[in-house]
Design a protein around this ligand. Structure first.
Ligand code: NAP
Length: 241
């Protein structure tokens, strides 16, 4: 029986983990909640780079790695491919499609933090929805801006920032009320894809707000790539009936 190592840390990965077997392993970086109700084993923490991961695959006799990490978690995805090649193990990946701009959208693509800050220069009330990175820059907020940062971590308010500690999914009604209350004039986002956090883009369109969008990192090729959890689970059932 092929033993699976599932690399996770996303809602989609959790859905896959719920369909795994007791001998399989669900792996988390250790930043968020660790589920205690899964049918498989759970391990937490890094492997020590691609070489550490290759050693783990060998020692644990893993027969298939499934990378269901976030599309911006580029390091672990690269490590997975390199380690699988070194250990002679197949690597599959769930790569959810990126969101696409629709009529009426004003998306401004940036490649890194520096470009992102430059793209925000003309705005006063940006809404950051791309994780914890803005927390490291709260002391550098331009004098004319007030930042609202939504991420998993909580953080004390400052004179020019407020952190909303929250985990998706977020609803259209909830986002509509938040935007109206806070008066954001621009949204800052990763192009994560999927439905859980898409409502902010609908509300940005509704209110005619620009979106500063951090481009997706390029991820390495894998043996098999799936766009949905259902397609991946079908393939897994066929692979080991
Ligand atoms: P990353 O930059 O690609 O990875 C950094 C290091 O964290 C990896 O080299 C690895 O350490 C460890 N790591 C990452 N994912 C792991 C996993 N599933 N199991 C064991 N070790 C893991 O990753 P990141 O962007 O910091 O994201 C960390 C986790 O948060 C990922 O699991 C990802 O799915 C989740 N997440 C990320 C984002 C995002 O925007 N980046 C959003 C939502 C969720 P070693 O080299 O020591 O093995």
């Amino acid at each position: 029986m092929t033993r699976v190592l599932l690399l996770g840390g996303t809602g989609d990965a959790l859905k896959i983990a719920r369909q795994l077997r007791p001998t399989d392993v669900y792996s988390l970086a250790g930043l968020g909640k660790v589920p205690d109700d899964l049918p498989c084993a759970v391990r937490v923490g890094g492997f020590g780079g691609s070489e550490g991961l290759a050693r783990y695959l060998d020692a644990e006799r893993i027969g298939l790695v499934i990378d269901a990490t976030h599309p911006y978690a580029a390091q672990i995805s690269a490590n997975a491919v390199h380690a699988c090649r070194a250990a002679g193990v197949q690597c599959w990946a769930l790569r959810r499609p990126a969101w696409q701009p629709q009529a009426g959208d004003d998306w401004r693509f940036v490649g890194d933090w520096h470009e992102l800050i430059a793209a925000l220069a003309a705005f006063r009330r940006p809404f950051f929805t791309l994780g914890r990175e803005p927390l490291a820059h709260l002391d550098d907020i331009p004098l004319h801006q007030f930042w609202t940062v939504r991420c998993l971590e909580s953080h004390a308010d400052t004179a020019r920032s407020r952190v909303i500690a929250a985990r998706g999914p977020f609803t259209l009604d909830g986002e509509r009320a938040l935007f109206a209350l806070q008066g954001f004039d621009v949204v800052v986002s990763k192009n994560s894809g999927g439905g859980a956090t898409e409502a902010k883009l609908d509300i940005a369109r509704e209110r005619g707000l620009p979106v500063v969008m951090l481009r997706r990192p390029v991820l390495p090729d894998v043996d098999r790539e799936f766009a949905t959890v259902a397609a991946l689970l079908d393939a897994l059932r066929a692979h080991r009936p």
